[in-house]
Write a protein that binds this ligand. Structure first.
Ligand code: BG6
Length: 369
């Protein structure tokens, strides 16, 4: 059932083109409008929402962090992302005009479930983004948008993460369409770009040997840092989490802009630093800023491992290693840039002789608070 792979995690990494494709399937009607049939919430209510709060734990919370950039950009609705266990206990300001989006692969995470109940008690409507049919969170939520990643067995989440980002993006586009804002005319284009992602994810997977080779060479590292900006920031957090979870290596993700405010003090000779570089075609001067962050850490002795778009030569002088991903719109890059980080953690943990599917101290779904 591992499909010939040595672990479920490796199989699930390879399932990702399918996971994204299945999650996108059947979402357009004959008129080319986005339809989310399972989303049985009153449309007038969705039109009047004035705040979105995404609640989740672990990897699912990073999917929420990625989605926030897209939802705010497309919908112009203020969006917060919060760990479910923190949300629940801080007396959050939530009312009938708040849309709470609960993201959970299993649908059984107790922290997330308790946060859902708390939000509903305050009058908020809850949309669940979930991978497990009929599980508790989608049953209690007011609406559900299923990710169709297929069962995820490995404790460390991979394909569910990409499917969660995809589903949250669909929700964002749906809200933009419903509320008739300026992005509604671009929905078709964005959807077409999303539909092109499975083939691009496959390209990243096809180049996995280069990532695996580096992972094996780095198996005795004691600490690895990850830097990203904008949507690359939660990707950095996810890259670090994967390494902690299955390879038991100290790893931390930072917003690259925060480097100079503290973390740069950690950099010394030989410190490995992954950097997720945004598209050079993106908005603002984000790309140039991240390239200068690579320079800064490299100048202090870091070994830089750069994830950059195909053809982006600006990184070559400062990168000890470069992993290429196909060109994609800035907001969609996480669906590509995350993949080498998953492959890296999986291969490195395997090289250390660890059980990548069943890491110590962790459970696939945590049903206690
Ligand atoms: C953790 C798992 O306990 O729960 C993570 O180890 C997962 O992999 C997190 O991301 C959230 O789980 P779920 O099922 O709510 O997405």
């Amino acid at each position: 059932e591992k499909g010939g792979f040595p672990s479920f995690m490796e199989k699930e990494i390879h399932d990702q083109p399918m996971a994204v494709e299945q999650t996108l399937l059947g979402r357009l009607d004959e008129k080319g409008n986005l339809t989310l049939d399972e989303l049985k919430i009153d449309e007038s209510l969705l039109r009047s929402v004035d705040k979105i709060i995404v609640i989740a734990c672990g990897t699912a919370s990073y999917a929420g962090q990625v989605a926030r950039y897209a939802i705010e950009h497309w919908c112009r609705i203020p969006t917060e992302v919060e760990l479910a266990h923190e949300f629940r206990y801080r007396d959050p300001i939530v009312d009938e005009r708040t849309l709470v989006v609960a993201i959970s692969q299993s649908g059984e995470t107790m922290d997330t479930l308790m946060a859902v109940r708390h939000a509903q008690e305050q009058g908020a409507k809850v949309v669940a983004i979930c991978n497990t049919n009929g599980s508790t969170i989608p049953r209690e939520a007011d609406a559900v948008l299923y990710t169709h990643a297929g069962p995820e067995i490995a404790v460390a989440s991979t394909k569910a993460f990409l499917a969660q980002i995809t589903a949250a993006y669909l929700l964002g586009l749906y809200l933009a369409q419903l509320r008739g804002n300026k992005f509604k005319d671009e929905i078709g284009t964005i959807l077409a770009e999303l539909e092109a992602m499975p083939a691009k994810i496959q390209t990243v997977i096809d180049n996995e040997d280069q990532v695996k080779e580096l992972a094996r060479a780095m198996k005795d590292e004691g600490s690895v840092l990850f830097l990203g900006r904008h949507v690359g920031y939660p990707v950095a957090l996810e890259g670090a989490l994967k390494l902690k979870e299955i390879a038991y290596i100290h790893a931390e993700g930072f917003a690259a802009g925060e480097l100079k405010h503290g973390p740069i003090a950690l950099i010394d000779e030989g410190q490995p630093v992954f950097v997720i570089v945004p598209s050079p075609r993106g908005r603002d001067s984000l790309h140039a800023k991240v390239v200068s962050n690579i320079q800064e850490v490299r100048a202090r002795g870091a070994v830089t491992i750069v994830i950059a778009e195909e053809g982006d030569e600006s990184v070559s002088d400062y990168a000890n290693h470069v992993f290429r991903v196909p060109a994609a719109p800035a907001l969609l890059q996480p669906l590509l840039a995350t993949v080498p980080l998953q492959i890296f953690a999986c291969e490195l943990a395997g090289a250390k002789g660890y059980d990548v599917d069943q890491p110590r101290n962790l459970a696939k779904s945590v049903t206690v608070e």
